[in-house]
Design a protein around this ligand. Structure first.
Ligand SMILES: [Zn+2]
Length: 223
């Protein structure tokens, strides 16, 4: 699996410091289970965080300190690419339906199946229960070769491709690729032909569809 799109450094830092809620963390953790590069970044962030804690400065983290951490991380990443061996792979045991380990207890029922709900137009979803109010995590299955109606975002949307692929105005996203979208991104993801595209999507506001038809059916689709 070659991954081209990764979570931002800011998101990884929030994850490493425990600042992310459960649903957002689930998206990052699932990406980490597929991406040795980001696991290595997290290891470094945690080591730097532990070093900062040892220095035990009671002052809150200033913007300046944040910048220093990010600079140091960047330098260490460059050093790493020269010398260090790749991080060992976390044991990942995909289930019969191919879900990465972090998702299984959220998405599979007692029989190890994903309880898909039909959304119409051939698409399906499986809502995931987390402790986080106001944030929705779901698996989405977009039929091969089909588009999702063009939309913008009322808030933040994290999307992680689990199988298949989609393309939009930003680029192509295949298995393991991670997209962070906010209200500035207007896009129309289009699933590639050949295989359905299954994604994990985490959102904190409903999508805003451009077309009237999509807006009319939105309440019935639950997205
Ligand atoms: Zn990554």
């Amino acid at each position: 699996m070659t991954i081209h799109h990764h979570p931002s450094d800011e998101l990884l830092l929030d994850y490493a410091s425990g600042a992310l809620g459960e649903a957002w963390s689930l998206a990052v953790a699932t990406h980490l289970s597929l991406c040795p590069g980001c696991r290595s970044t997290i290891d470094h962030l945690e080591a730097i965080g532990a070093g900062l804690l040892d220095a035990a400065d009671p002052a809150p983290l200033s913007d300046k300190t944040f910048e220093l951490i990010m600079d140091r991380l960047e330098n260490e990443s460059e050093d790493l690419t020269d010398s260090a061996p790749p991080a060992p792979a976390v044991p990942v045991h995909p289930s019969a339906n191919g879900l990465p380990q972090p998702l299984r207890r959220y998405a599979e029922n007692d029989r190890g199946e994903i309880p898909w709900q039909r959304l119409g137009l051939g698409a399906s979803q499986c809502l995931l229960t987390t402790s986080e109010d106001g944030v929705t995590a779901r698996l989405l299955r977009i039929p091969a070769g089909r588009p999702v109606p063009e939309h913008t975002h009322g808030g933040l949307e994290l999307t992680l491709v689990l199988s298949g692929a989609f393309s939009d105005s930003v680029g192509r996203y295949g298995a393991g690729d991670f997209q962070e979208a906010d209200e500035n991104l207007e896009h129309q993801p289009h699933a590639e032909s050949g295989a359905d595209c299954i994604c994990l999507a985490v959102t904190d506001a409903p999508l805003r569809f451009k077309s009237l038809a999509a807006r009319i059916v939105q309440p019935f689709l639950g997205i």
